[in-house]
Ligand binder design. Structure first.
Ligand code: UT7
Length: 332
């Protein structure tokens, strides 16, 4: 399986650390030194569905695959205002696709989980062209009266089209039950038989625990997938890691003893966009000409559950149709 098209979309609204410090007990220096985040994009005027469609349309256009030739659509999403229908159902018809579709909740590792499933569908001949859209609005389930989570998360969408061909070498996806370190509980309707009050609990996160679990798990995933494929950290040209925290990325980089240039980041501008973070970064790097034909890439992400995903692939460059303006600023 290989990636033949990418796209991404971010909300218009830019929110700086200083803007948050205006109503939360926090500061630009705390957020910057603890996370690396300087600004983030938050949904205000747009809907998540609109972002998903913009990202998916750009991915389809760059792939050259017509919407009606997509055989399967997977949307990676943790939560949005609809429990049903799925986000994939909402965007399917608007894109002009006519195929089965489903949502997948692999938390921040959801994009890699979706790629892994797409790879299995393509290998078994169940599908030829698959559209994966990661669309996330974690800002809508943070508690905006608490500084612990609301300074970290942000909204965005990234998409890829995958098809048959040489590209992905291997996947490693893991899951381990740690449901207490990162969760968001949604209220359910009352019934005559269950009178326990059902309340929404905005995102709860034990930051330090998640940090430790993330570093430990991602290092393990990288070591195992590299060794299994007879590779070392040297053989990877670029690491596209989940954009949660610069210190997490640095810890993984230090373990792998690889130079900073191999670890592109955009969390400084966009914050943590959950499962959309890797496809947004990938789209920026690919459109910016940073990802070159034949480069070996390692993707790695972690998320609530606790789940992780890693993948190794050889990149094939993509010819993007001419556009008047870049979709958004390039990654640093
Ligand atoms: O996609 C997965 C999502 N989750 C993550 O990736 C989160 C992983 N964890 C982290 O990134 C880090 O743990 C955080 C950035 C969340 C926190 O950094 P930390 O270095 O682990 O700080 P801490 O939680 O140990 O808190 C240190 C202090 C505490 O005050 P005291 O107890 O030392 O007085 C916190 O109350 O910083 C305080 N604090 C804040 N201060 C200013 C916590 N949040 C903030 C804040 N602004 N936003």
């Amino acid at each position: 399986m290989k990636i033949i098209g990418t796209g991404s979309a971010l909300p218009e609204k830019i929110v700086t650390n200083d803007m948050l410090a205006g109503f939360l007990e926090t500061s630009d220096s705390w957020i910057t030194t603890r996370t690396g985040i300087k600004t983030r994009r938050l949904l205000s005027k747009e809907t998540l569905g609109e972002l998903a469609i913009t990202a998916a349309t750009a991915a389809l256009e760059s792939s050259g695959v017509a919407p009606e030739n997509i055989d399967y659509l997977i949307c990676s999403n943790v939560a949005n205002s609809y429990v049903t229908p799925s986000m994939s159902s909402i965007i399917l018809g608007l894109l002009g696709c006519n195929c089965p579709c489903t949502d997948l909740n692999g938390a921040c590792a959801g994009f890699i989980y979706a790629l892994d499933i797409a790879d299995a569908f393509i290998k078994t001949g169940r599908a030829k062209n698959i559209l994966i859209v990661a669309a996330e609005e974690p800002s809508r389930f943070c508690n905006w009266h608490e500084r612990e989570t609301s300074v970290l998360f942000a909204d965005g969408a990234g998409a890829v089209v995958v098809t048959e061909g040489e590209g992905f070498k291997d996947f490693r996806v893991t899951a381990d039950t740690h449901t207490d370190v990162l969760y968001y509980k949604r209220a359910m309707e009352a019934t005559p038989y269950d009178r326990v009050e059902s309340k929404t609990t905005p995102l709860v996160m034990q930051g330090r625990e998640v940090f430790k679990l993330a570093v430990r798990a991602c290092i393990k995933d990288c070591d195992i997938i590299l060794e299994k494929n007879g590779m070392t950290g040297e053989d990877i040209d670029m690491y596209l890691l989940h954009q949660a925290n610069l210190r997490i990325i640095d810890s993984i980089r230090e373990h792998l003893e690889q130079p900073k240039e191999k670890f592109p980041t955009n969390l400084q501008k966009y914050g943590n966009t959950s499962s959309a973070s890797i496809p947004i970064l990938m789209d920026e790097l690919s459109r910016g000409g940073v990802l070159k034909d034949g480069m070996n890439l390692l993707l790695s992400a972690f998320g609530g559950g606790f789940v992780t995903g890693a993948a190794i692939l050889k990149w094939s460059s993509i010819d993007y149709p001419e556009i008047e303006e870049p979709v958004h600023e390039p990654a640093v």
